[in-house]
Design a protein around this ligand. Structure first.
Ligand SMILES: Cc1cc2nc3c(=O)[nH]c(=O)nc-3n(C[C@H](O)[C@H](O)[C@H](O)COP(=O)(O)OP(=O)(O)OC[C@H]3O[C@@H](n4cnc5c(N)ncnc54)[C@H](O)[C@@H]3O)c2cc1C
Length: 519
């Protein structure tokens, strides 16, 4: 690393970091060095495996389904471009979501007209509101394009676009709850429409309606899963970076960004017990706004919005129970769909209370092996929302050495999660031969997101007003990529990677990416 002159150094190998790296290598012939503190690349798109009784089980940490991967759609075109067309996507079953509530359940079909019809059949008195909702989802989602363009385009060009576009900012920046309260009466229907709030980690009362629109719109035609599992994403991107003379190095922790005269010139890194300095023409951070501005940029560098960032973060995270199964979940009638199980219609209450009482209030259950045609063994994941505070007493302990009380707590939680899942999917417990639990501390350790808040800065209406949610930074030659430069989720963070090219190369860079992906 020290002998090569790199054009760009990227901190973090999540989908945001890898997207920026591939685009710089492929379009601009740059030598890019990606530095990852974890021992595997990919960030939240990485996979891990365990062997039990000769069977190898693999799980995807942060990819359960991705929308808009139909050939020809823009997100798919960009994915094809950044993976040299090598990554295939498997479509989930037609009924790809099952929402379960105390007195009803609902299966979402991968077709918006059918989805709307089923909702009207179940809630006939709300027909008018349901129809309005489907129109607004698509219309308001368009606001995000104008918003993102504003981050990379000169202000005159942005005003010009704004002139031709309907201004939906009021609706986009209301909360999801405010919006739904204005068009729908039935509390059960409101709950059903926001069942997927976990996809953006912020419940209806706190989330910006724009984020709800983006997620709902992206899944209107169903969900997709990478063939070969989530790790196929990084596996197909890294060779492109290497072909350009660059490299992706794991186990390298960036401790500091070296800044001289308000210009980023390099990074100070540690590898095992050694530390060294590496230099490049520009630095791009996929480590999120919190880490970049509060931990990596030295405090002496004037950043006017440090306090704002500190106050914007929250401790939302998850407990995930990874299951190794002795047989296919199809034995239980599962076809590969996601199961969202709720004990209440009040998602805001669930959010506030999750992890506080020790009771499991809701869970998302996913069956990765049924979505990946190349999977050799069967697995499942039970994800339940959790507050970091329930784990903060162990925050200063080290991974794998957190103590017996932590292990005991995890054991109890694992049993509760499995019992909870078995109540709604009878037989899943009997099928389980291996379990392992990750907590917000695991998430924090492996991804470095503050308090395990892996979605980055929460998607409240305030997020969209912060100037620092942007690929541009006040430091010359320093840029952001990933979730906090674009949006959350795999596609959102990938677009963060695209927007960083717009910030580095100007509007022509952005247009070039679109042109290359469009070919
Ligand atoms: C349980 C769970 C389920 C999810 N399900 C889905 C889903 O179904 N669909 C979907 O679209 N999204 C899902 N997501 C979210 C999605 O995976 C993320 O939003 C997205 O992958 C984030 O990408 P990123 O590049 O912004 O960040 P990350 O993937 O977090 O990458 C950041 C990288 O930077 C590294 N890093 C940080 N600091 C340093 C440092 N100082 N030095 C070196 N390296 C550093 C980290 O180790 C990490 O690898 C899920 C996430 C989780 C956790």
């Amino acid at each position: 690393m020290t002998n090569t002159k790199y054009d760009t150094i990227i901190i973090g190998s999540g989908i945001g970091g890898l997207t920026t790296a591939v685009l710089l290598s492929k379009i601009y012939n740059q030598k890019v060095l990606v530095l990852e503190q974890h021992f595997v690349p990919g960030g939240q798109t990485h996979e891990f495996s365990r062997v039990k009784d000769g069977q190898k089980f693999s799980w995807d940490v942060g990819v359960h389904y991705v929308g808009e991967m139909k050939k020809g759609l823009l997100p798919r075109k960009i994915f094809d471009y950044i993976t040299d067309n090598r990554l295939e996507w498997n479509k989930m079953p037609h009924y790809f979501e099952k929402f379960v509530y105390p007195d009803f359940s609902f299966k979402q079909p991968a077709n918006p007209k059918e989805f709307q019809k089923s909702l009207i059949e179940q809630f006939p008195t709300e027909e008018k509101g349901i129809k309005r909702y489907f129109l607004d989802i698509k219309e308001v989602a368009k606001w995000f394009q104008t918003y993102m363009m504003g981050k990379v385009m000169p202000s005159w060009a942005n005003s010009l676009i704004g002139f031709f576009r309907k201004d939906n900012s009021k609706l986009a920046l209301s909360t999801t709850k405010e919006y739904l309260d204005s068009i729908i009466e039935d509390e059960k229907l409101k709950a059903l429409l926001t069942s997927i709030w976990g996809d953006y980690g912020t419940p209806p009362e706190k989330s910006a309606f724009i984020m709800h629109c983006l997620v709902v719109r992206s899944y209107l035609y169903g969900g997709y899963f990478p063939v070969g599992g989530a790790s196929s994403i990084a596996k197909n991107m890294i060779p492109i970076i290497e072909k350009g003379g660059g490299s992706v190095k794991t186990n390298i922790n960036v401790e500091k960004i070296i800044i001289k005269n308000n210009k980023a010139i390099g990074v100070k890194v540690s590898y095992k017990k050694e530390s060294m300095e590496l230099f490049a023409d520009r630095i791009v951070s996929d480590a999120g706004a919190f880490n970049t501005y509060l931990k990596l940029i030295p405090p002496i560098v004037d950043i006017p919005f440090r306090e704002e960032i500190k106050n914007a973060m929250s401790g939302f995270s998850t407990n995930t129970l990874y299951l190794g199964l002795k047989d296919s979940p199809s034995k239980l009638g599962i076809k590969g769909e996601n199961h969202w199980i709720n004990t209440s219609y009040d998602h805001d209450k669930t959010y506030e209370e999750s992890g506080k009482t020790g009771d499991i209030l809701s869970a998302f259950i996913s069956f990765p092996s049924m979505k990946n045609p190349l999977a050799k063994t069967h697995t499942a994941e039970i994800i339940s929302f959790s507050q970091y505070d329930s784990f903060s007493k162990w925050k200063d302990t080290k991974w794998m050495k957190r103590g017996d009380d932590y292990l005991k707590y995890k054991e109890e939680l694992s049993s509760k999660l499995l019992d909870f899942a078995d109540k709604y999917i009878p037989g899943i417990k009997e099928l389980t031969v291996y379990t392992e639990l990750s907590t917000p501390l695991t998430m924090e350790y492996f991804t470095k997101w503050e308090k395990g808040s892996f979605y980055g800065v929460p998607v409240t209406p305030e997020r969209y007003k912060h100037k620092w949610i942007s690929p541009k930074t006040p430091v010359k030659n320093l840029y952001l990529t990933g979730s906090d430069a674009g949006s959350l989720g795999v596609v959102g963070a990938m677009f963060g990677g695209v927007s960083s090219i717009g910030a580095i190369k100007g509007i022509s860079g952005f247009i070039k990416v679109m042109k290359m992906a469009g070919r």
